[in-house]
Design a protein around this ligand. Structure first.
Ligand code: FER
Length: 255
């Protein structure tokens, strides 16, 4: 039984060490332009140390700034560090809409834009991860890479994470959207996933219209005996749920 994050988990505390968020730009061979991402480095970050990395993805209505604008990730993470509940890690907030105009504007369900969320797999693996690992003191092993996201980003995390187990050992989907592949396509080889995954997390609000997607993946994983966490929480397709998920998922990482 998983309890929700304690009261105050997302409230700014005075006088605690703080991480830093900066915007980076990387060359994308996939899209053919320069793309932005935000990078959070933890309190006390030092290039003398090597850090694991969480890639944290946004939803259909957002871009690389969505988590920071609505989800207070820096407050949640700084508080977790201060309470000694988090492994020091770099958190990268990419833009998961891999196309020349990657702003969340116009018809967000335009097939070209939906396709761009698929194209992001190549941008992440071939462009962004190499950039992060050559510009930060980031670990380069699969055991030290995690991918998670909300809604469209949750679907991406399952599709990309489970489809690239040579790159990721930790996968989290918060309220995954209809871009999630069918369960038997997500994990055609359950034995491989069982041996390689350190954590597979799926969560969704009980008032979320998209919950059946999560339930279908969970039931397949259960049938195939793939260890995972299925966490149904109270709430809808909304930020209180995703902030709670970030708190609960991130504190399980890299341990
Ligand atoms: C859909 C409903 C919701 C869909 C995507 C979403 C691709 C994504 C929602 C979000 O990211 O919040 O039918 O199709």
């Amino acid at each position: 039984m998983i309890s929700s994050a304690p009261a105050g988990f997302d409230q700014y505390r005075n006088d605690i060490p703080r991480g830093a968020i900066e915007t980076i730009e990387y060359d994308s061979t996939t899209v053919g332009n320069t793309r932005k991402a935000l990078v959070y480095t933890p309190p006390g970050f030092s290039s003398e140390n090597t850090y694991p990395v969480l890639y944290l993805l946004h939803g259909i209505g957002g871009d690389e700034m969505e988590w920071q604008q609505h989800g207070s990730p820096q407050i949640i993470l700084d508080n977790l560090y201060n309470d000694n509940l988090l492994e020091p890690m770099i958190v990268v907030l990419p833009n998961g809409r891999a196309m020349p105009n990657d702003r969340a504007e116009g018809d967000l369900f335009d097939p070209e834009k939906i396709k761009a969320f698929e194209r992001f797999e190549s941008d992440l693996i071939h462009d962004l991860i190499p950039y992060i690992e050559s510009n930060y003191s980031a670990s380069t092993t699969r055991d030290n890479r995690a991918i998670a996201g909300l809604s469209m980003g949750g679907g991406q995390s399952l599709n990309i994470g489970l489809g690239n187990l040579n790159h990721f050992a930790w996968v989290g989907a918060f309220s995954p959207a209809p871009n999630t592949k069918a369960p038997e396509l997500l994990l055609p080889n359950p034995q491989e996933a069982i041996s390689l995954l350190s954590l597979l997390w799926i969560s969704c609000g009980d008032q979320d219209n998209l919950i059946q997607i999560s339930v279908d993946v969970h039931q397949y994983l259960e049938q195939q005996d793939v260890p995972h966490i299925w966490y149904e929480e109270s709430g809808g397709h909304d930020w209180p749920v995703w902030k709670n998920d970030l708190y609960l998922f991130s504190k399980r990482l890299f341990k």
